[in-house]
Design a protein around this ligand. Sequence first.
Ligand code: 3Y8
Ligand code: NAP
Length: 248
Amino acid sequence: MRVLILGGTSEANLLAAAVAAAGLDAIYSYAGRTQVPVNQPLPTRIGGFGGADGLADAIRQQGFTHVVDATHPFATEISRNAVAACATTATPLIALERKPWIKMPGDIWIEVQDVAAAVAALPQARANVFLAIGRQHITPFATRPQHAYTLRFIDAAGGSLSLPDADLIVSRGPFTLAGELDLMRSRRIEWIVARNSGGDGARAKIDAARELKLPVIMIERPALPDRSRVESVAEVMQWLGHRACLGA
Ligand code: 3Y8
Ligand code: NAP
C-alpha cells in the first residue's frame, strides 16, 4: 500500500499524524501556496502535478495504491483532478471533507453563491468590511472602492493591494474567538465576508460575528464531483485498513 494525501488543511494534518503513527507508506502533498507550510510527519512534496494527466502520471510512476483528497472544500480544481486521475488509473479515492457551518440562532447571514454575489451584497454606503477569504479573490471587491477593507493573508502581500482603502493582517489560523472579537471591535468591523469552509480552524470569526450581531456575507461551497467522502480521520483509517486487508 502507498498512499497519496492531497493535503493543505487542518484535517489533512490530523490524518498525516494518524497515517505516520500507523507506519503506512504515504506522501503528503502541498500545492505550494504558502511560503512556510506546516511540517508534516510524512515525506512531503510541494507543487502542482500538471493537471489531471500529471496527477495520473504521478500515481502510476510513484506507485500510489490509494489517494485521499484531504484538501479544502473550495479547492475545486485539485479535487476534480483527483476524481479524473483516479478513474483513469483505477486507483481507490476517498475525500476527507468537513461539514459546512450551519446557520445558528442569532446568526445574521446573507448566503451567496460566489464572490461576485458577495461583492453585490455589500451596502452602497461606506462601511468597515472584514474580507476573511484569503488573497486569491480580493480583486472583485475593487468595484466597491468606497469601503474600508480589512484583509487577512497567510503571507505578506508581496506587492500592492488591489483595493484603495485596505489594511492587511498577516496571520495564519487556526483563529480564536477572543482574537476575532478583539479584531472586530478594535477595527469597528460592520460586515464580514467569509466562505463556508467548515471546520474549526476558521469558524471563530463566525462565532464572533454572532456575538457582536454583525452580518456575514457567506459564500456557499462550489459543487464538487461525486466521490466517496467521509468526515473523520478514523473513517479514512478504516478505509485504508480495510483495503489493506483485502488488497495487501
Ligand atoms: C497552503 C497550509 C493548520 C492548517 C491551517 C483549515 C484551517 C487555518 C482558515 C480567515 C480564513 C482561507 C485560507 C484558511 C484557513 C486553516 C488551515 C486554513 C482561510 C493553509 C496552508 C495552505 C493554505 C492555503 C490558503 C489559500 C487561502 C486559504 C487563507 C500551510 C495555512 C482564507 C480559506 O496566500 C495564498 O495564496 C493562500 C491561499 C488557498 C485561500 C485563498 O484563496 O487565499 N488557504 N492555507 C496549502 C498548500 O500549499 O497546499 O501553509 O501550512 C492551511 C489552512 N488554512 O492546522 O495549520 O483547515 O481550513 N486558509 C477560507 O477558509 O476561506 C483563512 O482568514 O478567516
Ligand atoms: P485548487 O484551486 O483546487 O488547485 C489549483 C491547482 O493547485 C491544482 O490544479 C493543482 O495544480 C494545485 N494543487 C492544489 N492543491 C494541491 C495539493 N494539495 N498538492 C499538489 N497540488 C495541488 O486549490 P486552491 O484552492 O488554490 O488550494 C491550494 C491548497 O491550499 C490546497 O492544498 C488546499 O487544501 C489548501 N487550502 C485551500 C483553501 C481554499 O480556500 N481554497 C483553504 C485552506 C487550504 P496542478 O493542476 O498543476 O496539479
